[in-house]
Design a protein around this ligand. Structure first.
Ligand code: IYR
Length: 214
């Protein structure tokens, strides 16, 4: 054990720091219309650095962020994802699911998979690279993804949490080993100039519905 000395001190009073952070987060939207405006690799690295600060079970850091910029690989991912999504919309989804998705206006076409400058494919590691056990896998990788999205938002970058299902094709296309299981596909870039987003999807239930103080 070592003394905890490197403590973060907000540069402004906490109320102000929290209001600023909340204002950034509440304006995040899941974007499905991306511009092809480039994003430097260094920024993507910085996002992964932020995600990589996440706590994880026994500090095993059971994640891999595969950052795709190669247009040919993006095209293969899009083809495979659209094939899965066609199956999803035509057969796999039940009526309730399709009804719930209707306000989002989504369909099987995923042009953002080739337009966005980066596709960050997050894998969960079912074992460590050394074959060791990992713990609280979904919690750990979910936390890392949340930090990634927040960091992107702070940098003014648009993201989408995309989960074509099933996602096994991502491991095949990206040549990942068997102990890496696809978790989330995050396109990163800038929203297209004329990007539209679903009207209701940014609404949040009242705080009293989601917060209980005892
Ligand atoms: N994966 C599909 C369907 C989809 C499912 C949920 I739950 C969403 O919140 C959004 C979409 C698609 O991307 O179209």
């Amino acid at each position: 054990m070592v003394p905890y000395v490197d403590r973060y001190q907000p540069p402004v009073p906490p109320t102000e720091a929290l209001a600023t952070f909340h204002d950034a987060l509440r304006r995040r939207r899941s974007v499905r219309e991306f511009s092809d405006r480039p994003v430097p690799r260094a920024w993507i690295e910085a996002l992964v650095r932020c995600a990589h600060t996440a706590p994880s079970g026994a500090n095993k850091q059971p994640w891999r962020f595969v950052c795709v910029q190669d247009p040919a690989i993006k095209a293969r991912i899009r083809d495979a994802a659209e094939a899965e999504e066609r199956e999803f919309y035509a057969r796999r989804a039940n009526d309730a699911w399709l009804r719930d998705l209707a306000p989002l206006g989504t369909d099987a076409d995923k042009p953002f998979l080739t337009t966005a400058p980066w596709l960050v494919v997050v894998f969960q590691l079912t074992h460590g690279d050394d074959g060791g056990q990992v713990y609280y896998l979904k919690e750990s990788v979910g936390l890392a993804c949340g930090l990634f999205l927040a960091a992107a938002q702070l940098a003014g970058l648009a993201t989408l949490t995309h989960t074509p299902s099933p996602m096994a094709f991502l491991g095949d296309i990206l040549g990942r080993p068997k102990h890496e299981r696809p978790f989330l596909l995050i396109p990163v870039g800038y929203a297209a100039e004329r990007c539209s987003v679903p009207a209701a999807a940014s609404e949040r239930r009242p705080l009293d519905d989601v917060m209980v103080v005892v």
